[in-house]
Design a protein around this ligand. Structure first.
Ligand code: ZN
Length: 136
């Protein structure tokens, strides 16, 4: 996803977790410690480091998020359906294609991750929860 506006330069300096895209916090892994041959992956937590290093060991030092992202979106369908049911909104969505549902989930996830990355680039604004009177 592309960075927008004046945050673009800041974003380039903020390292993100190779597993979950949260801000990286001092955890890392380089396959075989071969810095000349394999990328150095950064992680937000020990948990993501364990997961990411396991993936990298299986994939010659690489962490490809594409397949896991697609699976995560499929896995989120259940939670999405539960929320629709709880809100009495299942009827308009029930006969939509899996692609349509995945598109809605992906839009929400992309917006969430964009915001997390933007916030990581603006550390001075942490701790402020703004009122959110309108959903859009
Ligand atoms: Zn992480």
């Amino acid at each position: 996803m592309a960075a927008r506006g004046p945050d673009r330069e800041l974003l380039a300096r903020v390292a993100l977790c190779a597993v979950c895209a949260r801000e990286a916090r001092g955890f890392g892994y380089c396959h075989g410690l071969r810095w000349d041959r394999h990328p150095y992956h950064r992680f937000c937590s020990r948990r993501c480091q364990d997961v990411g290093s396991t993936i990298a060991r299986r994939n010659n030092g690489m962490i490809d998020k594409t397949a896991r992202e697609a699976q995560a979106i499929r896995d989120a369908r259940t939670h999405f359906a539960e929320a629709l049911t709880d809100l009495g909104l299942m009827e308009p969505f029930f006969h939509r294609s899996a692609q349509d549902i995945d598109r809605l989930i992906e839009a929400a996830v992309t917006g969430y991750i964009d915001s997390m990355q933007d916030q990581a680039a603006r550390k001075e604004r942490t701790g402020t929860v703004l009122d959110d009177p309108l959903p859009f």
